[in-house]
Design a protein. Sequence first.
Length: 432
Amino acid sequence: MNSNGNRQGLGLLTLGALGVVYGDIGTSPLYTMKEVFHPANGVPLDAPDIIGAVSVIFWALMVVVTLKYVILILRADNRGEGGIPFYRLFPQAWLIPAVLLATAASVIASQAVISGAYSMTKQAIQLGLLPRMRVLNTSEKEAGQIYVPTVNWVVMVAVLLATAGFGSSSALASAYGIAVTVTMFITTLLTFFVVRYVWRYSLAVAVAATSAFLVVDAVLVISCSLKILQGGWFPLVMGAAIFAVMATWKRGRELLIEHIRRDDPELMPFITALARDDTAHRPPRTAVYAVANPDTVPQALMHNLKHYQVLHEQNVILTVKFEEVPHIGDAERIELTPLVEGFWRVQVSYGFMDQPDIPRALAHCSLHGLSIEPGATSYFLSREIVVPTQGAGMAHWREALFAAMSRNAGSVADFFKLPHNCVVELGTRVQI
């Protein structure tokens, strides 16, 4: 029974994945044909025009999908996370059934929007481009199978507003065309930088590999730009709004860290003096101070000493770093540096597709000579309350937006899977 259940689950997952990947390729030509012969466009429904439209669609798919994406772009797979062509996974005898299955799976292509939004949101959070949000894992076996409630509601509202505003698929065609062609143009442009600076080919090779595709994409963008006033403005405005949110969050975090680095005392002189101080009470526990900047004294540590006059026997200055790679192995996750007696600096690294779990990561510190007992560990978090101010930094509206996002960001304890009964959170007001 268990084996049959696993096979059924694998079959459904495969069908869903195929629908996500190949759905647009199957449905987009149908919408294109519908719009080409829309009465408002004045194209007669006769044999020469039908053959001409089908020919343009066919060769566009061959150039854009087969030549550009399959042969070139899918090779930029980010250590296997992004491209490894699907059909190579099948034996030769199964190739035709796999193609038929992919065709059948196109009926659930709408899942591409939902699952893609979840995955990209999670990766943007871990790359520091969005505030923390609640991310739920919906499978015990598949780490990438996630649900983001906030994104789900945002997508639902956006789809309902777009549907009500445009009223029909024909009215949406202009918005869809701009969204798709601009995305393809940007993808090709970024591919040039991958070929030139990641794969380290010569400038001539990089230009030769992408220039022809860039010309094709530019022609498509220019042709669709004629429809900007008829609805093509919608994806441009949406993209600009999302970019503004991401840029504001990233810049706000930079300003916040600069403020902490400027106003808080340096770590090493401070803890060196503490190590020689015998007056503070030292309970036999471990205090973990999660910080953004490991070179300054954590606000929570200063509050702890000021209000409670307590210095734990073991003190860990913890930073978490998300690398621009999908995964980092357990053997490379921990970087531990002894500082002075009773103090250690620990950096925990994750890939942007890893699931952060700080207690589990700290358990590996024992391999580096630092034993952290889970039942005798307290996690001290500093929560900055951002106060927008006039003057240097960002525009006032951006500071207000950053402050609102910061207030409504998800719980640090939940994001890093910290045990709730071992977390102490201390706040401080920060002007940026």
